[in-house]
Design a protein around this ligand. Structure first.
Ligand SMILES: [Zn+2]
Length: 409
């Protein structure tokens, strides 16, 4: 397998880049294209000038000569360019055919089934597919090369075979990120105002700054100041959750209001845009009970971090002949960073302080807090009463609860 991977890598390198593989050919084509463009521009300028001067002297020899020279240059350039593009096209086709023969065909013949010994149970396959689908959607939904009005869910389904269930909830987020990247802030601002107090004021604040920066660029300071005075609500002006952030923003706003030149305004817009997209993504995921990071990413990352413990454990086990007796549980502790360790491999009912089992499974209440079946029966007097969640003020009834399945892969 290692040999095959090495070969794949080498072939891929040949396909995509490398000096000999045609990287230089592509560069040459690009420079030929630029030459042609320049000559065409000259011809256009010449023709424009000619039309203006024509009325005065219809048979100007000097002009006709000049035109012939330019036409000649354009023709030559066109030939060089046409030749280069055709040659490059052929070379790319050839390289791809080689790649298919030398790499892809071999990959298809590789005994992948024998290499992966820990097979995923068929019943869990759908969960894994959905996790992969969510992963692809979560990190790419704002970056897809979409045409105006294209359907994100459909695109992900066709291009990446992502299940609709995995992409549907993220699609509105993707649409709004697309708008933001095109400097259209209204859809995101409308979303933020629809969600009112539950969304951090920082998102709205960031949107106002972006809009103001855009206005400074297009319509000047006076308009921008008026816009800010008319539109920024009082609570945003006094908002002070993060003082460093506020200081930076205040300095920026002050410069705008005073009409100071903002050097490299496009770079500032770009930077604020990235920060705005990050905040928005956070807020959107939180509002829709979606994890900010994909569970697949977190799982794989935990696995990579754990690998060193496995290796160490293996050495100890070999030396001291101890066995691994626990099922679905590691015989050692893995230290994970905070953002990875608030997930639990087992679930302890917070009411009864007992681990849930298949006889006493976990149930989620309408507020999404989870307790065990026994605790649920007790609190609801066997389903007869509505009751308050032990962790928050929400009242719920048995009928609104849902069985929770923790998947073990
Ligand atoms: Zn609750």
């Amino acid at each position: 397998m290692a040999k095959l991977l090495g070969k794949l890598e080498a072939e891929f390198e040949k396909l995509t880049g490398g000096h000999e593989a045609g990287g230089s050919g592509l560069r040459q084509t690009l420079s030929d294209t630029q030459d042609l463009k320049q000559q065409l521009r000259k011809l256009k300028a010449h023709l424009n000038k000619n039309i203006q001067e024509r009325e005065g002297s219809p048979q100007d020899n000097k002009l006709m000569k000049k035109r012939a020279v330019i036409q000649d240059k354009v023709n030559k350039c066109y030939k060089v360019w046409d030749h280069a593009v055709k040659r490059q096209g052929k070379a790319v086709g050839l390289r791809y055919a080689c790649f298919r023969k030398d790499a892809l065909a071999q990959l298809k013949g590789a005994p992948l089934e024998e290499i992966y010994q820990h097979k995923i149970a068929p019943a869990n396959r759908a969960f894994v597919d959905r996790a992969i689908g969510f992963h692809i959607s979560r990190y790419n939904v704002g970056d897809l090369p979409l045409d105006e009005g294209a359907n994100i869910v459909q695109y992900l389904e066709t291009a990446y075979r992502v299940d609709r269930a995995a992409s549907e909830r993220l699609a509105p987020m993707g649409r709004m990120i697309h708008d933001l990247r095109r400097h259209e802030f209204d859809s995101c601002a409308a979303w933020a105002s629809d969600h009112g107090d539950s969304v951090t004021p920082r998102l709205q604040f960031e949107l106002f700054i972006l809009k103001a920066l855009q206005m400074v660029k297009v319509s000047g300071t006076t308009h921008t100041v008026k816009y800010l005075i008319d539109n920024v609500p009082q609570n945003l002006i006094t908002y002070s959750e993060d003082s460093t952030y506020k200081d930076v923003s205040a300095a920026l706003l002050a410069k705008m209001v005073l009409g100071h030149e903002l050097p490299d305004i496009d770079a500032i817009i770009q930077e604020r845009l990235q920060s705005c997209i990050r905040i928005f993504t956070h807020e959107f995921c939180a509002q829709n009970s979606l994890p900010f990071d994909s569970p697949l990413f977190l799982t794989v990352l935990s696995g990579i971090i754990s690998l060193q413990y496995f290796i160490k454990y293996n050495q100890i086990r070999a030396a001291s002949h101890v066995g691994w007796t626990t099922r679905d549980e590691l015989p050692f502790d893995v230290e994970l960073p905070d953002f990875l360790s608030h997930f639990h491999p087992i679930f302890i009912c917070p009411v009864l302080k007992e681990e849930t089992t298949s006889e006493n499974p976990p149930y989620s209440l309408s507020c999404h807090h989870i307790i065990s079946k026994k605790a649920l029966d007790r609190l609801s007097k066997n389903g007869n009463l509505s009751f308050k969640c032990p962790y928050c003020p929400v009242h719920t009834t048995m009928i609104k609860t849902k069985r929770v399945n923790f998947v073990i892969l």
